[in-house]
Design a protein. Structure first.
Lengths: 440, 466
């Protein structure tokens, strides 16, 4: 069914302007356990989010089946939701940006490669992991998945935008054991060019992650100089940059209030939002239909500006920065692909420079151990001691604590070991002045 | 809803290539969410989720898919895309579907469908009035939410059975953000249940709840940073059960146990905890947040004794993972919605009451940490390594609760922590949370009485505990 029916019903019901955000996702995944297919799935998902302005207030409703009955449901719910809204914020259904920098990151060849070829690599990955080291006692899972996604934005102001993307990923998880100590290793590779699927390299990364942690024990509780791995930086950077959201600033719950053009990080830190990168995170329009652009958020430690959607931009009398993304049942302010600008030093050079300290490779429990508002964190971690400028013994059962703004101010060097993460972050290792470690 | 006849046809199409089990999971649910920010309704949204998940099993292989195309063609296309995974002769033909009936332990007297948004907003505003009353200028932002969900599920399977289940739940949340020159702190309260709105009007004191949220945020704003290192920790009742949920509960799910991937695999009958610890996962508590009458594959909900006096008694098991364990499921198979393949999950999981009073536990602790508010946590079931974050905690000195501290994270190995529980209180309570795992985000209760752990590694920024 076409979407005209919805727009006609909306008009009849007195909805002045309306918009549909249609997301379609096709996904297949196959996982192996002990050399046999364990789980596979095929899914074809569809979600429609409808927004409409009714007497100057926004109502929002969603559904995942499209027929006349659901179109009527959306209209009814938009009106009922709009009627109870009390905040006075202006509402916008966008007419369109003057210019869009369209990015096409859809590789039609990916779907043409036979599934057998894709699975052959999965078996190769499982075998490579089994053979990696005799201390690997179990290959818990290896999984191939492939996605094709499309986003369509269509509204009563004549806007119709469509963006498609696809990618595949290989994931592996292993358990390694030595004595009574068990450790797991996990890594993922993703792309949409199948020729880049290198299972030997992936197996090496997964195997190394598990094996290297064996033999670790807690270090003394103390404050240490530290190198944080790209994995750790990728986990922390979104919490940090999230404070540049104009919504958080306007609602007085940001750590960056009044900090534009001021130092919020060490001068070694430059962070860009690059939604126009040619990768699977590319977005050339945001969820309001505003053209996105690559921009500096923090340049040499200085905050360049806040991030806006249409509503927060109107309040501050500026233009939207193309950061309107749907989240939590409303049009929120969010970020696309983030890139932390790399430095020139290798990780080994960072270790040498630090002399004695800790190298933190992973943190977990961010949803409970990170207070996004205060930026204070205390996180379960793994890593290594750094002794005499070299990576030393493993660290087990420790936590690292600090404040995220202090941490970015304490960065003394950024490494050259760039890694791109599924969380839409590109970053490398960083060397910091101090971090509090709880151990023995 | 799809007809029984169509369900039989889709099951038979799915089984054509030799699957030994097929199951259709139909879902039609609606949700409503209203949020107030600083006292004004900021967002109101609602939606419907409707789709079919189809699961085929053959020995130890599971194939899953879902679609929003509920036409005969849409469902047959899905069946044919999934049954391609198998290549043998048909084993089963479904000829009929008999309905399984179950006791409805979670009836909602007055459906939320008939409750106007304004009524929920008025309820939230009672609490907001308390927050705004003589408002402390350090309260910079406050949010209040009411969420309710009405879910209809029908499952048809190749055992020639079908059943339907209708459930509703509601949740009310207050979230307060306080700030001073030193930074921000937040506090959160969010009771929920499978009962109608009268529960929130009569059983929950909304004003008191809002006051508590404000008081906690302000108290934590001025609290010192939590000390770090190893120390005795007393964990308060109710939400404190998130420790057991993370440290042990996940590792007792068949999804990791069946493949030998859990630190508790093959340990039935062994002492895995201190002899004063007994623990339960109970899907049958009437109208509780995590209760289910029938699980997401048609097995009746059960009360599972997981640990009795320290000895491991049982796991949470679903039929598919049960195949590797040589047993059937025990009503613990769950999923967020039709988009997720179901697996073994927790429901209402708690450590049972012991003999000490909470006062005795505090009094018996010379120097340690007392934690009463929690943010949640996570675990790696195969290593047992867990973490959980505390939102409200105090130092215990000479058997007395003293200064508040913030930013505490507890870490350890689940199998070791269970053995270090040296006091169990008699004040069991449950707390409502959302649990995320491979089959999505589901409602679970965590729970426990006040307990003491003789030694835990505590992460914090406050230096050594003195």
């Amino acid at each position: 069914m076409k979407y005209d029916k919805f727009f006609a019903l909306a008009k009849e019901a007195g909805i002045q302007e309306a918009e549909l955000y249609i997301s379609q996702k096709y996904e297949i995944s196959v996982s192996l356990f002990h050399g046999e297919v364990d789980n596979n799935s095929v899914s074809n998902g569809f979600t429609i989010l409808a927004r409409g302005s009714y007497n100057g207030k926004f109502g929002m409703a969603s559904c995942d089946v499209w027929n006349a009955e659901k179109a009527a449901f959306l209209v009814k719910e938009i009106v009922a939701n709009a009627k109870v809204i009390e905040n006075e914020d202006p509402v916008f259904i966008f007419k369109g940006s003057e210019k869009y920098n369209k990015i096409n990151y859809f590789n039609k060849n990916l779907a043409l490669i036979p599934l057998e070829d894709k699975l052959a690599k999965l078996y190769e990955l499982e075998k490579a992991l089994r053979d990696y080291d005799k201390r690997i006692v179990e290959v818990q899972t290896v999984e191939y998945s492939e996605n094709a996604n499309s986003i369509t934005l269509i509204n009563t102001n004549g806007l119709k935008l469509v963006q498609k993307s696809n990618h595949y990923s290989y994931v592996g998880v292993v358990a390694a054991k030595e004595g009574n100590q068990a450790k797991t290793g996990f890594e993922v590779m993703f792309d949409n060019d199948f020729s880049k699927a290198d299972m030997k390299l992936l197996a090496k990364k997964i195997g190394e992650k598990a094996i290297q942690q064996l033999g670790g024990e807690a270090c003394d509780s103390n404050t240490y100089k530290a190198v944080l791995s790209p994995d750790v930086v990728s986990d922390l950077v979104r919490f940090y940059v999230g404070h540049a959201s104009a919504e958080e600033v306007q609602k007085r719950s940001s750590l960056f209030i009044g900090k534009v053009n001021q130092k919020v990080a060490s001068s070694k830190v430059t962070i860009e939002e690059k939604p126009l990168s040619r990768n699977l995170f590319a977005r050339w329009f945001d969820d309001e239909g505003v053209a996105t652009k690559n921009k500096f958020i923090i340049k040499n430690g200085v905050l360049q500006g806040y991030l806006y959607n249409l509503t927060t931009a109107h309040k501050d009398g500026v233009a939207s920065t193309g950061n309107g993304y749907i989240g939590g049942g409303k049009m929120d302010v969010d970020l696309g692909f983030l890139a932390v600008r790399p430095g020139k030093k290798s990780q080994d050079e960072l270790f040498a420079e630090i002399g004695d300290g800790v190298y933190i490779t992973e943190v977990s429990g961010l949803h409970s151990g990170m207070n996004p508002q205060s930026g204070n964190f205390s996180l379960q971690s793994t890593g290594f001691l750094i002794k005499d400028g070299k990576k030393g013994r493993g660290l087990d059962l420790i936590t690292v604590s600090g404040n995220i703004v202090d941490l970015f101010k304490d960065i003394q060097a950024v490494g050259s070991d760039v890694k791109v993460f599924p969380s839409a972050v590109s970053c490398s290792s960083v060397m910091i002045k101090k971090i509090i470690v709880s151990g023995k | 809803m799809i007809s029984k006849k169509l369900a039989i046809d889709v099951l038979n199409e799915s089984l054509a290539t030799g699957a030994d089990y097929a199951e259709i999971f139909f879902e039609d649910s609606t949700y409503y969410a209203t949020s107030l920010e600083n006292g004004k309704v900021e967002t109101s949204s609602s939606g419907s989720a409707c789709g079919v998940g189809l699961r085929l099993l053959k020995e130890n292989q599971c194939v899953y898919g879902y679609t929003n195309d509920l036409s005969k063609k849409g469902l047959f296309d899905l069946a044919n895309s999934l049954n391609k995974s198998f290549h043998s002769e048909r084993l089963i033909t479904v000829k009929k579907l008999d309905m399984i009936r179950s006791k409805n332990r979670n009836p909602v007297a007055n459906s939320y469908d008939g409750i106007r948004r304004e009524e929920k907003i008025a309820l939230l505003k009672e609490g907001i009035a308390e927050i705004e009353k003589g408002k402390d200028p350090r309260i910079v932002r406050h949010l209040a939410h009411f969420i309710n969900n009405h879910r209809f599920v029908a499952i048809f399977n190749s055992k020639e059975k079908w059943f339907k289940r209708e459930s509703e739940f509601g949740r009310l949340v207050f979230n307060v953000i306080a700030a001073d020159q030193n930074g921000f702190e937040t506090a959160f309260e969010g009771p929920g249940c499978q009962q109608d709105i009268s529960y929130f009007k009569t059983k929950i004191d909304v004003v008191k709840l809002a006051r508590k949220t404000v008081d906690t945020a302000l108290k934590m704003l001025t609290a010192k940073e939590c000390p770090s290192g190893k120390m005795p920790v007393v964990i308060g009742n109710g939400w404190g059960g998130v420790l057991f949920h993370e440290a042990c509960g996940h590792a007792l799910e068949a999804s990791s146990v069946a493949k030998g991937l859990s630190c508790f695999s093959n340990k039935i009958g062994e002492m895995i905890a201190s002899p004063i610890v007994s623990a339960v996962d109970d899907s049958t508590i009437p109208q509780a947040w995590g209760s289910i009458d029938i699980d997401d594959e048609g097995n009746l909900g059960e009360k599972r004794i997981l640990i009795k006096n320290g000895k491991l008694m049982d796991y949470m098991v679903d039929d598919f993972n049960g195949r590797r364990m040589g047993r059937s499921g025990n009503g613990a198979c769950r999923r967020q919605n039709y988009r997720y393949c179901p697996t073994s999950r927790m429901s209402n999981t708690y450590i049972a009451n012991g003999k000490s009073t909470p006062e005795e536990i505090i009094a018996a602790t010379k120097l340690g940490l007392y934690t009463v508010g929690f943010n949640g946590g996570s675990v790696d079931p195969s290593t047992g390594e867990f973490n959980f974050g505390c939102s409200e905690a105090y130092i215990i000195r000479d058997g007395k609760i003293c200064e508040p501290v913030k930013g505490a994270t507890l870490i350890g190995h689940g199998d070791e922590i269970l053995k270090k529980i040296d006091m169990v209180g008699n004040d069991l309570d449950l707390g409502q949370g959302m649990c995320g795992a491979s089959s999505g985000s589901i409602r679970t209760n965590v729970g426990q009485p006040t307990i003491r752990i003789s030694e835990v590694t505590v992460g914090g920024r406050g230096g050594e505990l003195k």
